[in-house]
Design a protein around this ligand. Sequence first.
Ligand code: ZN
Length: 227
Amino acid sequence: MTHSIITYDEQRVPPSPDAAAPAAGKSFVPDVSPFAARADKDPVEFIERELALHQAAHDAAEALLTELGYTRVPLDPFDVAQRMGLAVEYRTLNGDDVRPGDEEWVAGILEKLEGHPSATLYIEARDDMGALRFAAAHEIAHWRQYTQGKTASEIRQAEFYCLCEPNDQNTPDEYSADLFAHMLLLPQFLMLRELANGYSSATIAEHLGVSQRIVDARIRNIALTQL
Ligand SMILES: [Zn+2]
């Protein structure tokens, strides 16, 4: 997570609901786990760590959906965020010269102000639904990480500002948030159904409203962990 200050304008333009095309360019998912470097040294430790991280993300995603009684697929992460009590707002978070996929591209920001019971999820007001849906699911993960084990009063008192850029993946919290987003948006049962139907990753990306690179990364993860 990078914590920094950003000036918003007051624009509030929701992305078009039928703009579910997969995102072009770089996704928010690394090709390989940041822990993959360890595989050369100790493949058993690597696999065990990956399995544990995937299992934790899987369990956390399931627990959230059970808590909310949410059964709709493909899942709408903006709806889930609101059901969790987060306010969702659409604002311009990037300058015109910053394109989706750029290193400094920001798709979502989570801001928790002192004295408020919950946080606001700011989503870039631009049509790039694959990236925006993934960013929303990723920020939901950070909200879960942040609030876990805290009382409502502790949460109300705290301040929190989370701005994730595409190159921020190499920390355990960021990697776990990406895995959680995978489990929410591309759950195993849906992925297996799509793959059993013989759909390509490009088609699956269209069906599930994420970028093709995210689908490809998810297929590798399923092959590795069967989760
Ligand atoms: Zn993050």
